[in-house]
Structures are given as structure tokens and as C-alpha cells.
Ligand binder design. Structure first.
Ligand SMILES: C[S@@+](CC[C@H](N)C(=O)[O-])C[C@H]1O[C@@H](n2cnc3c(N)ncnc32)[C@H](O)[C@@H]1O
Length: 204
């Protein structure tokens, strides 16, 4: 009997329309269309913005972000894997684990993005649990890295902790919501959390 494919796995959908489109458009991955969709709806990225991208490899969100922030902006990406695409000089990348990284206290960001995803095991509950842990980590970083009024986007595989995390998001931002990107398969449990207007920056 054929093994049922996990809804979390992109493997069987690798050659879907967005994937082929990204290849044609010269983007590092199809995730770019999700950020584009979210940004067009919620207007998060602006010319001159300082942006932190957690889980930035292979770099398609960075490719989109630089078109929005322009030369005056600044983009810092961090990932376990090294980004190999060529990016403009106002972009820096760090190879590392966000668990071992502290944001700089002196120069806050306007937007924190997190497309971080765990290495999927195929076990839905494990993958959801790990994704929720990553989102909590991203939210903790955002509270320290963002200026008051700053914005946040984070991918989450919706599991049992989802309502609690949404409540936490709403406690931290003036406006917090979940968004199911159109560029995501309707069966997918992948959602994006959107936080607009950080209430208070956490400092030492
Ligand atoms: C779906 S990919 C991001 C795609 C990216 N937004 C793009 O558009 O190219 C998820 C990334 O999260 C990274 N990641 C997962 N856990 C991480 C961690 N603890 N620290 C840093 N990066 C992590 C993975 O290495 C992976 O490259």
C-alpha cells in the first residue's frame, strides 16, 4: 500500500505551479509568493525599513524584502544553513541557530519575519509541536528586536497550542491575527501569524 504523504511535506508538491513560477522568475523558492501576498494585504514592509528574517534560507523572502526596502533599508537574515544567492550590500546573513542568538539592543528593527520550519518528521504532532516552539522563540526575539510599533510575521503549523499562541500574539501586538495564504494548499495546516504594532519592547 502506498505511504500516505504528510500534509506538512512539500516533497510531493515540489513541481507545483508556484514552484515552477519561482524557478521561471529566478527566485530562490516559492515561499516568496506567500510573503508578497501577506505584505500586499497588510502593508508591513516599507522603503528604508530595517528587517530581520529568521529562517531565511534559501533566500526568497530576502529577495522580495530588498525590493520593498530599497537601498536605504537594512536586512539581516539568520538560518542554520548558509544562504548562497547573491544579495545587495545592505543585506547581511548569519549562519546559526536562533536559539543561540540575541538581537542587538542598540538598533531595533521595524519588521521581524519568521518562515522558520522544523525538519519535518512526517509525524504531524511532532512537527506541529516543533513549529510552535519555533514560533514562540520568534515571538520572544521579536519583543526584544522590534521597535515599539513594529510588525511581525511568523509561519506556524497549526496544532494544539495554536489558540494559546494567538492569545500571546494579541498580548504583545496592538493587532494580532492568523492568515492562511492563498498560495498555500487548502489542505495545509500552515498558517501565518501577523502582529502589527508592537506594544512594548522588552529590554534588559
Ligand atoms: C521554509 S525555510 C525558509 C524559506 C525562506 N523564507 C525563503 O523564502 O527562502 C525554513 C528555514 O528555517 C530554518 N530554521 C529552522 N529552525 C531554525 C533555527 N532554530 N534557527 C535558524 N534557522 C532555522 C531552516 O534551516 C530552513 O532553512
Amino acid at each position: 500500500m502506498p505511504r500516505r504523504s504528510s500534509k506538512l511535506s512539500d516533497r510531493s508538491n515540489r513541481h507545483d505551479r508556484a514552484y515552477r513560477q519561482a524557478k521561471t522568475d529566478g527566485y530562490a523558492g516559492r515561499a516568496i509568493y506567500k510573503l508578497q501576498e501577506i505584505d500586499q494585504k497588510y502593508r508591513l514592509l516599507r522603503r528604508g525599513s530595517r528587517v530581520l528574517d529568521l529562517g531565511c534560507w534559501p533566500g526568497s523572502w530576502m529577495q522580495y524584502t530588498v525590493t520593498r526596502i530599497g537601498d536605504e533599508g537594512y536586512l539581516l537574515g539568520i538560518d542554520l544553513k548558509e544562504v548562497e544567492i547573491t544579495l545587495p550590500p545592505n543585506v547581511e546573513t548569519i549562519v546559526g541557530d536562533v536559539d543561540d542568538w540575541e538581537p542587538p539592543q542598540d538598533s531595533p528593527f521595524d519588521v521581524v519575519l519568521s518562515d522558520m520550519a522544523p525538519h519535518t518528521t512526517g509525524d504531524r504532532h511532532t512537527d506541529q509541536f516543533r513549529s510552535e516552539e519555533l514560533v514562540r522563540r520568534a515571538l520572544a526575539i521579536a519583543q526584544r528586536a522590534l521597535r515599539p510599533g513594529g510588525h511581525f510575521v511568523a509561519k506556524i503549523f497549526q496544532g494544539g497550542e495554536f489558540p494559546a499562541i494567538l492569545r500571546e500574539l494579541r498580548g504583545v501586538f496592538q493587532e494580532g491575527r492568523a492568515y492562511h495564504a492563498k498560495n498555500t494548499r487548502s489542505s495545509s495546516i500552515e498558517q501565518y501569524l501577523i502582529g502589527r504594532g508592537l506594544k512594548t519592547r522588552v529590554t534588559e
